[in-house]
Design a protein around this ligand. Structure first.
Ligand code: 26Q
Length: 823
């Protein structure tokens, strides 16, 4: 008899095709003759999702049954990128589905292009959270990610006249097939109001928080598959709604408008992601977001603990909670409140539980990015938490006095409350005091933390400080995004490297193998041709795939120094104008990245780049030797074809300012060479790949500090360097702004007068290094290829699997739990 495979789980080609058409019919309500590209995407997404549910349910059951110790990643941002391709890779079903689609006359890649990625993060910090979820699932680590289900993620970037304009991101417009709404686990979150003291029946003093608003948090769950394992963990994102019963009173008074309006106000909390990733704006709604998702998540953890029949005292054995920067740091006060007020636990025990539960990752050294909230604002939203923070602070400062004596300046610096020039709650201080571990994200960054922003805390708690150098997932950033290179690697060193990235070192044996070298070169060329077509489609600009692809893609920031890159382009352009027959290495300069909408200087840097492109790309003298393109709307989707196609990776931040960087790792992994400063993880990348395979320039962090201490005078560099002066003068003259001398004046004035990020001081070193890069690319192609292979071969350390293993061993003390699929 004929055995028919189940539509939802069967894996034969015939079943996949039938299941896909069934989903198209029964979920989308379409037959192929009227189906749109979006319908095909949705039908395919459901077909893949059906094949994940066994993994997901079995994983949850196993964790509950075994009381598995769980790593919780609390993050205001998760920049997950598109799911479809990644899920197919992790299920091991990519090739099969590609064939099934082909047999239906469809193209898998084109269907994948239909996905609207959830842009629920700004950049590095949010993407790191996503890579860590992938690694935790792959390593079979019981884990939960908690965050916010923003209705509008990071804005979409468009251009008008070379300026960035922002459009709202409508990622949910077509529905999201990857999430499941779980209203049965909704929780209530209080906001505002006041506190009242009372004495309970046992004669103990208690505090009651009487809020003036309550919102309902609804969890939306997304399965996070591990690579080639049965584990499917959960990403749980909270949406804010109004409690059904909340405005009953208003309805009864006949105040229909008021009741509906209060619903709208509640929903505002999860409406939009704040697009700043550097400067803190003390916005009330932002603090409400942070508290909202933290309170929802902690209540949910307590529910899970109790549903396993475990007592509250076991919280730190069941969960270890990683704070992704200070954005969720109010969790420390909220857990204290839940334990002390709601569950009537003694303060000292609650504090022990709290400190045992939390660990804090810092992602920045920029003082203006450190979160601090005006005390009146904090107290008006979270009156009880402010009292709790005062009490934590009182006990903590006694501890400081005990160790250091009456050092009032130290006390003022370490206090959880800033009191000079306005009063603020300092979230980094709260995070340090309430956590048992504090980590930076690269070796240099951790050292600088100990010497600068967290020095006092290091002196008090040296044992809490550890380094955890960032990593990236090789599944998305190689297997999925660079399939040709992944296949070549498979053929030479086997297929274990995606989960044991150190094995890439076996590629070193082939560095002189002519056949392997040829294939390596041809794959890079093919990737460049593919990107070339994409660039033409997106920008209308035709670039030469044989030119060097010189790439800087990341958020636009003065400290990341896209403006330095622009000065180099103008330098080359001037050289060509002065000597049209000059031999130079043909280059395509590729930029992508968003500027925070309120960050004027970052937007001006974008305008400078597009303005230089407009001139250079059209000038016949250049004869296609230089091209400048700005790829719009940088996000995970758009970044994936760029890394595999790049020759040169620009990692040129002022030393001491980029905490780690993770793009730097994606480039090197894909065989791109780095031009970079000794900043963040660049230092460790250079150590791994070898100094001879890395283009180093610029001052060290110590030299930057020393230069500033000695009174940095940027205009002297301008006056003493004729080529630099020529470049700056050309911009000032209005050459790139249609004769208008005002447009770029703020940028130029800033460089000449302040130059906080020492662009002019590093200019010559950068230019010299770039001249060298150009020579090697042009005149020593064999060596370039060798360096490219060695870079990839030596990137094993930068897998997020290594990073997650270190967190597990040294901070979380969580062990893997393997999953058997249940019937
Ligand atoms: C804070 C308060 C209010 C509004 C927004 C914010 C906010 C949001 C996002 C502050 C900072 C961020 C993001 C920071 C970030 O992405 N940092 C990067 O983290 C990466 C992962 O560790 C590092 O590799 C980068 O070096 C670091 O810049």
């Amino acid at each position: 008899s004929v055995q028919v495979e189940d539509d939802r789980t069967g894996l034969s080609l015939e079943t996949l095709k039938r299941a896909f058409l069934d989903n198209l019919f029964y979920v989308q309500g379409k037959s192929p003759d009227i189906a749109t590209a979006k319908d095909y995407y949705m039908a395919l997404a459901y077909t893949v999702r059906d094949r994940m549910l066994h993994h997901w349910l079995s994983t949850g059951q196993t964790y509950r049954r075994t009381h598995a110790r769980t790593a919780v990643y609390l993050s205001a941002e998760f920049l997950m990128g598109p799911y479809l391709g990644n899920n197919l890779i992790n299920l091991g079903l990519y090739d099969l589905f590609e064939q099934a689609m082909e047999e239906l006359g469809l193209n898998l890649k084109e269907i994948m292009d239909q996905e609207q990625e959830p842009g629920l993060g700004n950049g590095g910090l949010g993407r790191l959270a996503a890579c860590y979820l992938d690694s935790m699932a792959t390593l079979e680590i019981p884990s939960l990610g908690y965050g916010i289900r923003y209705e509008f993620g990071i804005f979409e970037q468009a251009f008008h006249d070379g300026w960035q304009v922002e459009k709202t991101d409508q990622w949910l417009r077509w529905g999201n097939p990857w999430e499941v709404r779980r209203p049965e686990w909704a929780v209530h979150v209080k906001i505002g109001g006041h506190t009242e003291g009372y004495t309970d029946h046992q004669g103990r003093y208690q505090v009651n928080w009487v809020p003036d608003k309550v919102v309902r948090g609804i969890p939306y769950d997304t399965p996070i598959l591990g690579y080639q394992v049965n584990t499917a963990n959960t990403l749980r994102l909270w949406r804010a709604e109004s409690p059904e019963s909340f405005d009953f009173d208003a309805f009864n008074r006949g105040d229909y408008y008021g009741a509906v309006n209060s619903k709208i106000i509640s929903e505002n909390i999860s409406k939009v992601l704040y697009p700043n990733d550097d400067k803190l704006e003390g916005k009330q709604l932002r603090l409400e977001q942070e508290f909202f998702f933290v309170s929802c998540s902690l209540q949910d953890m307590i529910r899970l603990l109790m549903s396993e029949g475990l007592p509250l005292e076991q919280f730190p054995e069941k969960f270890t909670v990683q704070l992704n920067d200070t954005h969720p740091a109010v969790a420390i006060a909220e857990l204290m409140r839940l334990l002390v007020d709601d569950h009537e636990m003694a303060w000292d025990l609650a504090w022990e539980i709290t400190q045992k539960s939390f660990a804090y990752t810092n992602h920045t050294l920029l003082p203006e990015a450190l979160e601090r909230w005006p005390m009146y604002l904090f107290g008006s939203l979270l009156p009880r938490h402010l009292e709790i923070i005062f009490e934590i602070n009182r006990i903590f400062l006694d501890q400081v006095r005990l160790k250091f004596g009456p050092d009032n300046e130290r006390i003022a610096r370490m206090s959880l409350i800033e009191e000079t020039g306005g009063r603020y709650v300092r979230m980094a201080n709260l995070a340090c005091v309430g956590s048992h571990a504090i980590n930076g994200v690269a070796e240099l960054h951790t050292e600088l933390l100990k010497e600068t922003v967290l020095k006092d805390f290091y002196e008090l708690f040296p044992e809490k400080f550890v380094n955890k150098t960032n990593g990236v997932t090789p599944r998305r950033w190689m297997v999925l995004s660079n399939p040709r290179l992944a296949k070549l690697i498979d053929q030479h060193i086997g297929t274990a490297w995606p989960t044991q990235l150190d094995q890439l070192s076996k590629l070193e044996a082939y560095v002189d193998d002519p056949a392997f070298r040829n294939e390596w070169r041809e794959i890079k060329q093919a990737n460049k041709r593919f990107l070339t077509a994409r660039i033409e489609r997106l920008t209308g600009i035709k670039v030469n795939p044989d030119s060097m692809f010189d790439v800087q893609i990341k958020r636009i920031h003065e400290y990341k120094r896209q403006q330095l890159n622009a000065l180099h382009i103008i330098t080359l352009y001037r050289r060509l104008k002065q000597n049209p027959d000059l031999e130079i290495t043909p280059r395509t300069f590729i930029f992508a990245g968003k500027a925070a909408p309120g960050y004027f200087m970052a937007k001006l840097i974008i305008k400078l780049i597009t303005a230089v492109g407009d001139i250079v790309n059209r000038d016949p003298v250049v004869r296609d030797r230089l091209k400048v393109v700005f790829i719009p709307n940088y996000n995970v989707t758009n970044s994936q074809p760029i890394y595999p196609a790049s020759d040169l990776s620009e990692q040129i931040s002022t030393a001491g300012f980029e905490a780690s960087g993770t793009g730097n790792m994606k480039f090197a992994l894909n065989g791109s060479l780095t031009i970079g400063t000794l900043d963040g993880a660049n230092v460790e990348i250079r150590e791994e790949v070898g100094a001879e395979n890395f283009f180093l320039f610029g001052m060290t962090a110590d030299e930057v500090t020393a230069l500033k201490a000695s009174g940095y005078q940027p205009w002297q560099y301008y006056e003493e360097n004729a080529e630099l002066k020529g470049v700056i003068d050309l911009i000032s003259s209005g050459f790139f702004s249609g004769g208008d001398t005002e447009t770029f004046k703020p940028l130029i004035d800033n460089l000449l007068q302040q130059d906080r990020f020492t662009v002019l001081a590093d200019y010559q070193s950068y230019i010299d290094c770039q001249d060298h890069v150009g020579k090697v690319y042009q005149q020593d192609q064999e060596n370039w290829l060798r360096m490219s292979i060695l870079n990839a071969a030596r990137m094993g350390k930068f897998s997020s699997d290594r990073a997650v293993r270190e967190y597990c061993k040294e901070i979380w003390h969580v062990d893997p739990v393997s999953i058997e699929l249940q019937e």
